[in-house]
Every structure is written in C-alpha cells, then in structure tokens.
Design a protein around this ligand. Structure first.
Ligand SMILES: Cc1cc2nc3c(=O)[nH]c(=O)nc-3n(C[C@H](O)[C@H](O)[C@H](O)COP(=O)(O)O)c2cc1C
Length: 214
C-alpha cells in the first residue's frame, strides 16, 4: 500500500507541511508506505500545452509526460493507492505550485471526447488539506467545491479538511500585520492546531482503509 503526500506550501515545516506529515503518519499507522514531496524542492512548470497527453497512438497518450522533475512525481501519484495533498490558500486559491501540479495531473488524464472524458482507468482515495488565515471552514467555498469536484472526477473520491486561523509567523511583532489579534492566534495555535493535526492523522489512516476496500 503506497500513499503519496504533497506539500504545496513553499514552507517546508509550517502548517501545511505539518498537516500533510500528520496525515502520512496516520497512513503509516494503518500499514502504508509513504512518500512526501515538497513542491518547493521540485523544479517544474505547469502545463505547457504540448498536448503529448492527447496525441492519438503516442505512448504519451493519457498521461502528462513533459520531461521535467515533476514527471516522476506524477507517475508516483498515478501508481499510488492514495493521495494526500495540502496547500495553503493564497488569495482564495491554491498556491501556484499546487495549481501547476494539478494542471498536469488532471489534464494528462483528460480527453476532449465526452464518450471517454477521463482516460485514467483507476481511482484512488484523495484527501485534500487546505490551511488558511480565514477563521472558519468553508470560507473559500467556491475553491473547495471546484477542487473536490475536479479531483474526484480525475483521481478519485475526495475529502477535504481544513486547518483555519493558522499561525503565520513566529513573532507577529516583527511584521506589518497589526490586523491580527496575536494572543488569539497563539491560543488557537496551541489549543486548536493539535486537533487539526489529529484530524489530518485520522483522514490519512482512513485513506488507507478506503484504498484497501477498492
Ligand atoms: C501570498 C499569500 C496569500 C494568502 N492568501 C490567503 C487567503 O486568500 N485566504 C486565507 O485564508 N489565507 C491566506 N493566506 C494565509 C495562508 O493561507 C495561511 O497562513 C497558511 O496556513 C500558510 O500555510 P503554511 O504555513 O503552510 O505556509 C495567504 C498567505 C500568503 C503568503
């Protein structure tokens, strides 16, 4: 059982990374082998519109084959039993790096033919994790719905969890960020973020159970 984790935050050790790592620990507890990719470490582009994935009769048909450092990551996801993917919300959207990965993961499995719009022949459970400054779940509803819908269609049944009102800096006094109630942020981080990590652990574990049932 192989579970892939993707950290779509440029920060390797902050909220999103910790949430994805916790989900992977849950998957490990359920017996899975896990691999974590930090997108910031990978030199890659979004879809370059080469259309090799759509080319009839070509060995590249039905999968993104653009030969950069993301190609093995896409191959790893498509041969995995479950996917955990996390992104901070940036201006109401996923990060540019996460979007670039998803353009290639999703479009590589698409045909412009409604008789077989999705070329991928298997589905795996997906857990999406968003972390936000926004104070509550569902603040970015349109984003949530669009990612869950498209992910479910191309990769597999998708569940989304969020860690909200995250701590963004170690020391707020050093930054131009007076709109935040720092004491409340700290309190939330100390009291609520551990619960978010536990939820991530639980969905990681659940993903393995769902993968085993496929
Ligand atoms: C460029 C940028 C844009 C952001 N835009 C939003 C936003 O639209 N909504 C939101 O709730 N948080 C926003 N945030 C806050 C982050 O999503 C939040 O702090 C997140 O937990 C950071 O994840 P990380 O700690 O893994 O890097 C933004 C942060 C940055 C750096």
């Amino acid at each position: 059982m192989k579970v892939i984790g993707i950290n779509g935050s440029p920060r390797r050790e902050w909220n999103t990374a910790q949430m994805v790592e916790s989900a992977l620990k849950g998957a490990q507890a359920a017996g899975a082998e896990t691999t974590l990719y930090h997108l910031r470490d990978i030199d890659f582009k979004g879809c370059v519109s080469c259309f090799a994935c759509l080319k009839l009769g070509a060995p590249t048909h039905g999968r993104c084959s653009y030969p950069d450092a993301l190609k093995p990551v896409i191959d790893d996801i498509l041969s995995a039993d479950a996917l955990i993917i996390g992104s901070p919300v940036y201006f109401g959207d996923i990060t540019a790096a996460t979007r670039a990965l998803l353009e290639r993961l999703w479009f590589g499995g698409l045909a412009y033919d409604m008789s077989h719009f999705v070329l991928y022949t298997r589905q795996i459970p997906v857990k999406v994790i968003f972390t936000t400054n926004a104070p509550q779940e569902g603040f970015h509803t349109t984003l949530n719905e669009s990612v869950v819908t498209t992910m479910s269609r191309f990769i597999g049944p998708t569940e989304l969890i969020e860690a909200n009102d995250t701590l963004q800096f170690d020391d707020y006094s050093k930054y131009d960020a007076a709109m935040f109630n720092v004491a409340a942020k700290q309190k939330r981080h100390e009291e609520h973020f551990p619960l978010d990590l536990q939820r991530a652990f639980d969905v990681g574990k659940k993903a393995v159970g769902e993968a085993a049932a496929v």
